[in-house]
Design a protein around this ligand. Structure first.
Ligand SMILES: [Zn+2]
Length: 73
């Protein structure tokens, strides 16, 4: 099932980065995603398939839809 992923989303990946961070910001979408570690700011390219496999959680959506649901965990 394809995930709805957009530039600006913050996602949590299964495997932790060497810096200790789990959260990544999506900088570019497409066949390959460009993502940035929000802890150390390192940027990497990863195929979309890999990104989808590694995501455990979408931390925040960039899209500001009009629903004012204030769910912070
Ligand atoms: Zn990092």
């Amino acid at each position: 099932m394809p995930m709805q992923l957009n530039v600006g989303d913050i996602v949590k990946l299964k495997k932790k980065h060497p810096c200790g961070g789990y959260d990544w910001e999506i900088l570019r979408v497409g066949a390959d995603f460009r993502i940035k570690c929000t802890t150390c700011e390192r940027q990497i390219w990863l195929p979309r398939r890999e990104v989808e496999r590694r995501i455990t959680k979408i931390v925040s959506h960039a899209l500001s839809e009009q629903d004012d649901n204030d769910a912070n965990n």
